[in-house]
Ligand binder design. Structure first.
Ligand code: NAD
Ligand code: TDX
Length: 347
C-alpha cells in the first residue's frame, strides 16, 4: 500500500467516487485519473477540493464511447481501474431502463474490452500488478429472507432493471476473468449514506423534504430493510480490496446495521429535531407519510461481510446514529451544494 500507483477511476464525480477520490488524495500516495461524463447525478461542487491537486486529473469521457475509453487507458496507463460509473437510481430504472443498459452493461463491456487490450501491452511487474476492480451492489442478489445474509456464493437474482444491469455487469466481469484471464476484483456493498449523495436517494430526500415542511414519503408500509453503511466505511473497504484483494475474488461489504425505512426516517427526524428545532410545530417525524409502493420492491437487503473482515481486516467503524447526525449536519451546512444538485437557480 505504501507504493505509489496510478488509479483510473470511472464515475469518480458521483457520490461514492468523489468520497473515494478525496480520501485517496488526502490519505494515500496514489495518482488518480477520474473519467466521468457528468450525468444529472453529479454536482460539480463535489470535487472542488480535488481540482488543481497535483495527483489528480479529470477527463470528460462517456464509457458508452469505446474508442474514447481505449484512448484514455493508452494515454494514462493505470496500475488499477476502479469502475464505479453507473446509472444508480432504482426508481429511474423502473421509469426508463435504457441508460441503465447502455451505461451499466454496454459501458462495462467496453471498459472490459479496452482493459483486455491494454493488459496485453503490459509486461513483467506492471502486468503482475494490474487489477480491474468492479464496484457492485447488494441489489444483485435480490431480496433476503428474514435473518438470512447473502454470501459471495449466493446466486444473483436481481429484481429491478437497475439491479439486473448491475448483475449483468458482475457476470461480464467474472467471465472476463475466467475466459480471458483479466485480473479482476468485484465488491458488492450495501446501501451507502453520507455527504454529497444525490437528493433522489432516501436519506437526503428525507432531510430536504423535512426542512421544506413537505411530506416525507415512504414507499408501501415503510418496513423494507436496508443495511446502511457510511460512505467512509465503503471507501476504506474499496481501498483494502483495490490494494490487497485476491484476483478473481468477490467481496461482500456489509454494514451489519439493518434498519427499516421507517426507522431511518425517524433517526433523521430525531437528528433534525435536535439540530433545527421546528419552531413549536413538533417533531419532523409528523411529516412521515406512506405512499404507493415501488414496483417489485425488495423487502430486505443483508450481506455477510465475513470474507473481507477475515482476509482484509476490514470492519465497519461508523455508528449509524452518529453517522446520520453528521450527514444531516453536512446537508445543513451545504445549501449551495443542494441547490446546485437540484439544478436550482442561485447555486
Ligand atoms: P452516483 O449516481 O452518485 O454516481 C455515478 C457516477 O457515474 C456519476 O459521477 C456519473 O456522472 C457517472 N456516470 C454515469 N454514467 C456514465 C457514463 N456513461 N460514462 C461515464 N460516467 C458515467 O452513484 P454512486 O451512488 O456514487 O454509485 C457508484 C457506484 O457504486 C455505482 O456503480 C453503484 O452501482 C455502486 N453502488 C452504490 C451504492 C449506493 O448506496 N450508493 C451501493 C452499492 C454499490
Ligand atoms: O422517497 C423514497 N421513499 C422510500 O421509501 C425513496 C427515494 C426511497 N424509499 C425506499 C426505497 C428503498 O427501500 O427507501 C429505500 C432506499 O431507497 P434508495 O435510496 O432509492 O436506495 P435503494 O433502492 O435501496 O438502492 C441504493 O442502494 C443500493 C442505491 O440507490 C443503489 O445505487 C445501490 O446499488
Amino acid at each position: 500500500a505504501g507504493t505509489r500507483m496510478k488509479l483510473l477511476i470511472t464515475g469518480g464525480s458521483g457520490f461514492i467516487g468523489s468520497a473515494l477520490i478525496l480520501d485517496l488524495l488526502e490519505n494515500s500516495p496514489h495518482e488518480v485519473v477520474n473519467i466521468d461524463c457528468l450525468t444529472y447525478a453529479v454536482c460539480p461542487l463535489s470535487l472542488d477540493a480535488a481540482a488543481g491537486h497535483p495527483r489528480y486529473a479529470f477527463e470528460a469521457i462517456d464509457i458508452r464511447d469505446r474508442p474514447a475509453v481505449a484512448r484514455a487507458l493508452d494515454r494514462h496507463r493505470p496500475d488499477r481501474i476502479v469502475h464505479l460509473a453507473a446509472e444508480s437510481h432504482v426508481d429511474r430504472s423502473i421509469a426508463d431502463s435504457d441508460a441503465f443498459i447502455q451505461t451499466n452493461v454496454v459501458g462495462t463491456h467496453h471498459l472490459l474490452e479496452a482493459a483486455r487490450d491494454y493488459y496485453e501491452t503490459l509486461h513483467g511487474a506492471a502486468r503482475d500488478a494490474f487489477r480491474f476492480h468492479h464496484v457492485s451492489t447488494d441489489e444483485v442478489y435480490g431480496s433476503a429472507d428474514a435473518g438470512g445474509r447473502f454470501t459471495e456464493h449466493t446466486p444473483l437474482s436481481p429484481n429491478s432493471p437497475y439491479a439486473a444491469s448491475k448483475a449483468a455487469a458482475d457476470d461480464l466481469v467474472r467471465v472476463w476473468h475466467g475466459t480471458y484471464g483479466l485480473p479482476t476484483l468485484t465488491t458488492a456493498s450495501t446501501n451507502n449514506y453520507g455527504p454529497r449523495q444525490h437528493p433522489e436517494k432516501l436519506i437526503p430526500r428525507i432531510i430536504i423534504d423535512a426542512l421544506a415542511g413537505r411530506p416525507i414519503a415512504l414507499y408501501g408500509d415503510g418496513r423494507h430493510v436496508r443495511d446502511w453503511m457510511h460512505v467512509e466505511d465503503h471507501v476504506r473497504a474499496l481501498r483494502r480490496v483495490t490494494e490487497h484483494g485476491r484476483v478473481g475474488e468477490r467481496y461482500n461489504i456489509g454494514a451489519l446495521a439493518p434498519k427499516t425505512n421507517l426507522e431511518i426516517a425517524t433517526l433523521v427526524c430525531d437528528a433534525l429535531d435536535t439540530l433545527v428545532p421546528n419552531r413549536g410545530l413538533g417533531s419532523y417525524s409528523g411529516l412521515i407519510t406512506f405512499v404507493a409502493d415501488r414496483k417489485n420492491h425488495d423487502r430486505r437487503y443483508a450481506l455477510d461481510p465475513s470474507r473481507i473482515m477475515r482476509e482484509l481486516d476490514w470492519h465497519p467503524e461508523r455508528g449509524l446514529e452518529d453517522g446520520i447526525r453528521d450527514t444531516v449536519q453536512w446537508y445543513l451546512n451545504n445549501a449551495r451544494w443542494i441547490n446546485d444538485a437540484l439544478g436550482l437557480a442561485g447555486a
